[in-house]
Design a protein around this ligand. Structure first.
Ligand code: NAP
Length: 295
């Protein structure tokens, strides 16, 4: 058996088309243009390319976007003042502070300073708490993308044995939480694995749906999964450089061997990655609607 490939590129494209229509309708009916500001401190090349991709996508969808780039020695106080300024700017509905921040800045303090109503990354504790309670909130973009990929691929989560590898606050924990919520896309029986898990293979081998977010290239091999599993590979690992100077990427799952056993699998690149930015755009549109009392 060779798996169905779950294309994040195609799914993200479909969602972006829907968002384009939503954005145009908001403008026409309510004279409302969703606005996003991205704030980048320092010159981390990966962060620079993520922020550029976010602004380009926003622009393509008709979302107003501002990019603020600050020097690496920006003080915490100045960054907090900038966040406060955008909290009070009516044309900005979403604020994204690109992580990681330089070491001298307290990341939590900055994220907590963002108005929860503009926290389109879904990292503010108010949104994290609401997610946990199953209330309407901004869902963190990558876990939301994982959920949306499963839903739109017609994968049944209700009653499924879901195993998540990785327990970070931005991927593993929220994925696990979302998949056990009592609603569509949830209702799974969830196991969360990490480096202290005693026998990880025992868990991965009984997964109906396996979500891997460990950050270890090709860590999951074919003998660690069962026939017919659905695999969502969140990992993005740079394993080399092409002759043209482009990074060569690998997921956390050994794609070529695992796809022979799986029912469906996401590739890297072209899987979860494109979904993350798309969910950020979805949250920005949601934030604009909320600000106008439309949700
Ligand atoms: P992270 O903060 O480093 O967390 C990794 C988690 O995996 C930790 O909980 C760690 O366990 C666990 N882990 C690591 N090695 C393991 C092993 N050998 N066995 C079992 N568990 C192991 O990483 P992250 O931010 O969640 O990101 C994970 C991966 O997803 C990375 O490759 C990242 O680049 C990728 N990512 C992709 C997107 C996207 O849009 N596609 C977005 C975010 C992240 P402990 O807690 O015990 O240390």
């Amino acid at each position: 058996m060779s798996a169905k490939i779950i294309s994040g590129t195609e799914t993200a494209k479909a969602i972006r088309e829907e968002l384009k229509v939503d954005v145009a309708a908001l403008k026409k009916k309510h004279n409302l243009v969703p606005g996003l500001v991205t704030i980048l401190v320092g010159e981390n090349p990966a962060s620079q390319s993520y922020v550029a991709a976010k602004n380009k996508t926003a622009h393509n969808l008709g979302i107003y976007s501002e990019q603020v780039t600050l020097p690496a020695d920006t003080s915490e106080e100045d960054l907090l003042a900038l966040v406060a300024q955008h909290n009070n700017d009516p044309k900005i509905h979403g604020i994204l502070v690109q992580l990681p921040l330089p070491k001298h800045i307290n990341e939590a303090k900055v994220l907590y300073a963002i108005d929860p109503g503009k926290d389109v990354d879904g990292f503010h504790p108010v949104n994290v708490g609401k997610m946990m309670l199953g209330e309407q909130c901004f869902l963190p973009c990558t876990p939301h993308g994982v959920l949306e990929l499963l839903l739109r691929s017609g994968v049944e989560t209700s009653g499924a044995e879901v195993v998540v590898v990785g327990r970070s606050n931005i991927v593993g924990k929220p994925v696990a939480n979302l998949m056990l919520q009592k609603r569509e896309g949830g209702n799974a029986t969830v196991t969360l694995c990490h480096t202290r898990t005693r026998d990880m293979d025992f868990h991965t081998r009984r997964a109906d749906i396996l979500v891997v977010a460990a950050g270890v290239a090709n860590m999951i091999k074919a003998d660690q999964v069962k026939e017919g599993v659905v695999v969502i590979d969140v990992g993005v690992n740079r394993i080399g450089m092409s002759e043209s100077g482009k990074a060569i990427l690998a997921g956390d799952v050994e794609f070529d061997s695992v796809k022979e056993k799986a029912a469906a699998i996401t590739p890297v690149p072209g899987g979860v990655g494109p979904m993350t930015i798309t969910m950020l755009m979805k949250n920005t549109v949601q934030a604009a609607r909320q600000s106008a009392g439309l949700e």
